[in-house]
Design a binder for this molecule. Structure first.
Ligand SMILES: CC(C)(COP(=O)(O)OP(=O)(O)OC[C@H]1O[C@@H](n2cnc3c(N)ncnc32)[C@H](O)[C@@H]1OP(=O)(O)O)[C@@H](O)C(=O)NCCC(=O)NCCSC(=O)CCC(=O)c1ccccc1C(=O)O
Length: 261
C-alpha cells in the first residue's frame, strides 16, 4: 500500500508509525485509518519487530481525532460511521506487541482514545490531553469511554467526557493516563529507552501478558460495535451536525435547542 497520510520506519526492532497530517493537527480521515490499519498489520505480524511506536508528525499535535473537514454526518471512508475506526482500535489491542503512544502536543478526541488504547503512553511535558466529543457533536461510546474509566477511574472518565476540559501532561500522569512525562527535547530518547528495554524481554511472555490484559476488558469490544451503530444515527442528526458546523465556523455550538434524551 502507498502511504500518503502516515510514515513507517523501523529502528532497532521498533516500528515507528507516524500520522503525517500536521497541517490538520494529525486528525484522521478514512484513508488515514486504512493506512494505519495496514501499518499495524505489517508491524504486528513481523517477527523482527518487538515494539510499535505510534506518533504524530510536527510539534503541535499527536492526533486530534476525526478530521472535522471530512465529516458532514458520516466521515469519508468505510465502516459503520464512515471511518474504519473500530478496526483500527481493535487492531492496536490485537497486535501481540506493546504499542507505545509518543505524545508531544494535543492528544484530543479520537487522539486521546488512541492513547487510551495503546499499551503505554510517554508524553512531553507540553502534551495536552482531553475529549471534545460533546463539544463537537461526537462521542466514542466504547473503548473511548469504558476503557478510559479502567485507566483513570469512573468519576474522572465521566468528568473528562462530560466537561471536555484540557489536561496537562502532569495531570494526565497523576490520573494514570500516561506512564511518563519528560521534557520535550528528551521525548524521542525516552521512547527509544523504553523500546530498548522491551526488546530485551521475552516477546512470547509479553504477548501472553498483553492478551491477558486485553481479555479482562474484551467485553468493551461489544460495547464499541453497538456504540458505533448508535453513533452513526447520531451523526445523521441536526444536533451532531451543529457541533461539526460550529467547529468549522469557529463559533460556539448552540446545543440547547435540542432536547437530548
Ligand atoms: C486541538 C485543538 C484543541 C487545538 O486548539 P487551538 O490550539 O486553539 O487551535 P485551533 O485553531 O482550534 O486549530 C488549529 C487548526 O487545526 C485544525 N484542526 C484541529 N483539529 C482538527 C480536526 N480534528 N479536524 C480538522 N481540523 C482540525 C483547526 O481547524 C485549525 O485549522 P485552521 O485552518 O488553522 O483554522 C482544537 O483544534 C480542537 O478542539 N479540535 C477539535 C478536534 C475534534 O473535533 N476532533 C474530533 C473529536 S470527536 C471526539 O472527541 C469523540 C469521537 C471519537 O473519539 C471518535 C470515535 C469514533 C470515530 C471517530 C471519532 C473521532 O475522533 O471523531
Amino acid at each position: 500500500m502507498d502511504y500518503q497520510d502516515i510514515l513507517y520506519a523501523v529502528e532497532d526492532g521498533a516500528a515507528w508509525i507516524t500520522i503525517n497530517r500536521p497541517e490538520r493537527m494529525n486528525a484522521f480521515r478514512g484513508r488515514t485509518c486504512d493506512e494505519l490499519i495496514h501499518a499495524f498489520g505489517r508491524a504486528g505480524w513481523d517477527r523482527s519487530i518487538g515494539v510499535i511506536v505510534l506518533a504524530g508528525a510536527g510539534e503541535r499535535a499527536f492526533c486530534t481525532g476525526g478530521d472535522q473537514s471530512a465529516h458532514e454526518g458520516q466521515y469519508d471512508g468505510r465502516g459503520t460511521i464512515g471511518l474504519p475506526i473500530e478496526e483500527l482500535q481493535t487492531l492496536i489491542r490485537d497486535v501481540p506487541k506493546p504499542v507505545i503512544a509518543r505524545v508531544q502536543g494535543y492528544a484530543i478526541g479520537g487522539g486521546n482514545v488512541l492513547c487510551t488504547l495503546c499499551d503505554l503512553t510517554i508524553a512531553s511535558e507540553k502534551a495536552v490531553f482531553g475529549q471534545v466529543g460533546p463539544k463537537v457533536g461526537s462521542v466514542d461510546p466504547g473503548f473511548g469511554t469504558a476503557l478510559l474509566a479502567r485507566s483513570v477511574g469512573e468519576k474522572k472518565a465521566r468528568e473528562i467526557w462530560y466537561l471536555c476540559r484540557r489536561y496537562s501532561a502532569q495531570e494526565a500522569l497523576a490520573m494514570g493516563l500516561v506512564n511518563a512525562v519528560v521534557p520535550a527535547e528528551e521525548l524521542d530518547a525516552e521512547v527509544r529507552r523504553w523500546c530498548a528495554e522491551i526488546m530485551e524481554r521475552s516477546p512470547t511472555a509479553i504477548a501472553i501478558a498483553k492478551r491477558s490484559f486485553n481479555a479482562d476488558s474484551e467485553n468493551i469490544r461489544g460495547i464499541s460495535s453497538m456504540g458505533m451503530q448508535a453513533l452513526n444515527l447520531y451523526y445523521a442528526s441536526e444536533e451532531s451536525k451543529e457541533g461539526v458546523r460550529a467547529f468549522n465556523e469557529k463559533r460556539k455550538p448552540d446545543f440547547r435547542k435540542f432536547s437530548g434524551s
